[in-house]
Design a protein around this ligand. Structure first.
Ligand SMILES: [Zn+2]
Length: 448
């Protein structure tokens, strides 16, 4: 009896079962949830972060995005009137005022421009240091010399290859496209300049060769992934046309003439699939904007993340890593099931800025309870204007995610779903390790 008892005690000690057993999960957190939250938060804040999706840069830098957002209706929290931005300005710069009146805002603009001059390439690295971000992926048209590439690995845009023809009809679809499509044309010309191509190749094979060379060269220049924001420009339902049809469209329209919408889409459907296959060959992960977007005419049903299920679950692309940027928001609860595919990951950026921590906590909790090893952290920091810059969005993104993450995990612990040490392991995975595992080249380069 004595022996059996000590054996049982030994088992309890070995398994590290705390005073609260994990045998049966409960539907409600206990009265300890606040305490667990307070205990977790400082530990979570100490975890070095990999920001999987951000747009580092200054508001006056046209290379921040390949696309400029026309004014659309912004969600409450993302408006310039958000009082949390005052907290950001105080925390980051010691802003001495309690409002952003034009006279006061001038203080902030001056402060930033002084630091921009004196700190040079360190300016944005300083922001990362303040927020315990080890590296932040910089999703930009081209890299900027004011960003340290060791801290800001480049994610380049790959959409422009899908718009090589006369885009008159594409532009006319709505006023947003009038803004977007010319920027895609500009981006394509930049890739052509980079590759020394003065005119689009006469043959389709020549065009695909040019596309592949651009991807390879961008990778050599430090690009760690290619990004699509195609949802802003057309439906994300991609058909599967044979090469001959895409080739016929190319031959027909490469030197001019207006393709019908169907002809253009067929060509694009093929090109998109070619690009993601190349992502597999080159070990270049594919990032896809998968959430609702800004602007007046963004079509939510045409860009629903589930439209991409045929691509993500296609065994032909199993060698390509897909990162679903913004986690399919507002369909993030369905989207997590796409991460069942071993090559599909979700990024949580934008959600933590557009929703409040109380709401974002539910998202994280469900994700952590489903595929915790497939979810990654991102801010979607972006320079909205001179006062509300990428700097403030990095701050808000990190604060919001830290608190929502601590709250989600505290509930999971209190409800008997995971141990505290398992919860912290999940936090490390989400904030850093899961994303880093996708970029072995970064593991070899030192961050500082
Ligand atoms: Zn973004």
């Amino acid at each position: 009896m004595g022996l059996r008892l000590s054996g049982f005690l030994g088992f309890v000690l070995l398994c590290g079962v705390p005073h609260r057993t994990l045998a049966q999960a409960r539907p409600l957190p206990g009265s300890d949830v606040q305490q667990i939250y307070q205990r977790l938060l400082p530990q979570i804040e100490k975890i070095p972060i990999f920001d999987h999706h951000s747009h580092a840069g200054f508001a006056d830098d046209p290379d921040v995005d390949a696309m400029a957002s026309p004014p659309g209706s912004a969600a409450l929290r993302s408006r310039a009137t958000n009082p949390e931005l005052l907290a950001a300005a105080k925390a980051l710069w010691g802003y001495p005022y309690d409002d952003f009146s034009p006279a006061h805002a001038k203080w902030l603009i001056q402060k930033k421009s002084e630091l921009r001059k004196t700190r040079g390439q360190q300016y944005f690295s300083d922001i990362l240091d303040q927020l315990n971000i080890e590296r932040a992926a910089a999703n930009r048209a081209l890299m900027a010399d004011y960003l340290d590439p060791r801290r800001f690995p480049w994610v380049f845009f790959a959409d422009a290859f899908m718009w090589p023809f006369d885009n008159q009809q594409e532009r006319l679809r709505n006023p947003d496209e009038e803004v977007y499509i010319p920027l895609q044309e500009k981006m394509l010309h930049r890739w052509m300049q980079q590759e020394g191509v003065s005119k689009l190749p006469a043959s389709f094979a020549g065009y695909l060769g040019f596309v592949s060379r651009t991807l390879e060269d961008n990778q050599k220049k430090g690009g760690i992934a290619m990004k699509f924001e195609v949802a802003y420009f057309r439906t994300t339902r991609f058909a599967d046309p044979p090469r001959e049809q895409a080739e016929a469209a190319y031959q027909h329209f490469v030197n001019g003439g207006l393709p019908s919408q169907q002809e253009y889409r067929t060509f694009q459907d093929y090109l998109f699939r070619y690009l993601i296959r190349e992502g597999g060959r080159l070990r270049l992960p594919v990032h896809i904007h998968s959430a609702v977007g800004t602007g007046d005419y963004f079509n939510l049903s045409e860009s629903n993340i589930m439209n991409l299920e045929n691509i993500l679950r296609d065994p032909r692309y199993s060698g390509t890593i897909f990162v679903m940027i913004h986690g399919g928001y507002p369909y993030e609860h369905e989207a997590i099931w796409l991460a069942a595919m071993k090559n599909v990951y979700l990024d949580s950026s934008l959600m933590e800025l557009w929703t409040y921590p109380s709401q974002f906590k539910h998202t994280l909790k469900q994700w952590l309870e489903t595929f915790p090893e497939k979810i990654t952290f991102g801010t979607d920091a972006f320079p909205y204007n001179e006062v509300l810059g990428a700097e403030e969005s990095y701050w808000l993104g990190v604060q919001s995610s830290h608190s929502a993450l601590a709250a989600a995990l505290a509930e999971m612990i209190s409800e008997g779903e995971v141990t505290e040490s398992k919860a912290l392991e999940m936090a490390h995975g989400y904030l850093h390790d899961n994303a880093m595992s996708l970029y072995p080249s970064l593991g070899q380069r030192k961050a500082d």
